[in-house]
Design a protein around this ligand. Structure first.
Ligand code: PLP
Length: 375
């Protein structure tokens, strides 16, 4: 019996495993080899590992001097970049995932938080001011796509500023892969993080891409796996699943999801005074984040959950207290709006029927709470 039979519209949290990724993992799971062993089984494991690396190189258009380090996910990849790049100063945007924000805060380095505009896009003027006259070795870390709003960041302009003022750039591209075209050589960043479970691959695997042989110090030491940059026996099945997911990225998917995302926003706006975050900004097509002032995120989430629909809110829940999303706060949203937000993120197995049922369930919830909502 399947463990889950509801409607899943939370692909930015994790994507269901694609059949091709599952099949690739199953092939490896029964296999005994360790990629560091020199016997036949070891050599086969090594081939599986290097084939997966070659897939990353090909799909993300890496150059000959770029290095792929497999990790346990994007959190570890972000840690490796921020802590391992050997910088004196970090500039990170206010809307980064905690895997960047908290890592920067705890790095012991000088940290500057770059603000964003109300559109959700990083403030490039503020970035330039932070860089003018800078004498410290600096790494700028700005995500390519925000996980809550789907807003796309101008990484090309960030790279141009970084080059002008002699800084390096890391981008957390977790929510960009499969959602916008991505070629490392064109992007021009020095470090890029990715994660398996946001692209139809498994949880617990990811990679840091190091461009142009940039220097990085390992954060996990032990064996000499991953060219001495990340010790520990590789998660071979996970890596095979990640590579299969990359090979099976569906180029036409976003066009279809964009129509459905627009349908949600259009139909909900027609009946309710929702506020859509980043509405007039370049966003990835699979994500909408909106608020219904007067109805808390929890009210909306619970009503949808009871109808068998999984979505997410923009609030981080820690130790039983729900805090408004740091992303929405950075965009200047007041607490009332930030605490009334909902994120719907679509993906490879979303159907039009899912969208219809989501709209029907949300409308039913709205009918119940609408007297509380400001007109
Ligand atoms: N960065 C972003 C933008 C994310 O959305 C996530 C996952 O939520 C992560 C990093 C962390 O990735 P992982 O779960 O692979 O550690």
């Amino acid at each position: 019996m399947p463990l889950f039979d509801g409607i899943y519209l939370d692909h930015n949290a994790t994507t269901p495993l694609k059949p091709a990724a599952r099949a690739a993992m199953l092939d490896v799971l029964d296999f005994p080899g360790n990629a560091s062993a020199i016997h036949k089984a070891g050599r086969t494991a090594r081939k599986i590992l290097e084939d997966a690396r070659a897939t990353v190189v090909e799909v993300l258009d890496l150059g000959v001097r770029d290095v792929v380090v497999f990790t346990s996910g994007a959190t570890e990849a972000n840690n490796l970049a921020l802590r391992g790049a050997g910088m004196e100063r970090l500039i990170v945007s206010a809307i980064e995932h905690p895997a960047v924000l908290h890592t920067a805060e705890r790095s012991g380095l000088a940290v500057d938080i770059l603000p964003v505009l109300s559109s959700g896009v990083v403030d490039l003027d503020a970035l330039e001011k932070m860089l003018i006259g800078n004498t410290r070795q600096t790494l700028i870390s700005i995500m390519l796509v925000n996980n809550e709003t789907g807003v796309i960041q101008p990484i090309d302009q960030v790279v141009a500023l970084a080059r002008l003022y002699g800084a390096l750039v890391h981008t957390d591209a977790v929510q960009a892969i499969g959602r916008i075209p991505l070629a490392l050589q064109k992007l021009g960043v020095d470090f890029l993080s990715l994660s398996g479970h946001k692209i139809g691959g498994p949880q617990g695997v990811g990679a840091l891409i190091i461009a142009n042989c940039a220097v990085i110090a390992p954060q996990l030491t032990g064996g000499n796996q991953e060219k001495n940059l990340r010790a520990g026996t590789e998660n071979l099945a996970g890596i095979a699943g990640l590579a299969a997911a990359l090979r099976h990225l569906d180029q036409g998917l976003m066009e279809k999801l964009g129509l459905w995302r627009d349908r949600i926003e259009r139909e909900l706006s027609a009946i309710a005074p929702i506020h859509i975050f980043g509405a007039n900004t370049a966003r990835v097509a699979n994500t909408t984040m909106f608020a219904l002032p007067g109805a808390s995120s929890e009210t909306q989430l619970i009503a949808l959950d009871l109808a068998g629909i999984c979505v997410s809110n923009g609030s981080a829940c820690s130790s039983g207290t729900v805090k408004p999303s740091h992303v929405l706060q950075a965009m200047g949203a007041n607490a009332l709006i930030a605490q009334a937000s909902l994120r719907v993120s679509l993906g490879w197995n979303t159907t039009e029927e899912d969208i219809t049922r989501f709209i029907a369930a949300w409308t039913k919830m709205f009918e119940r709470v609408k007297d509380r909502c400001p007109k």
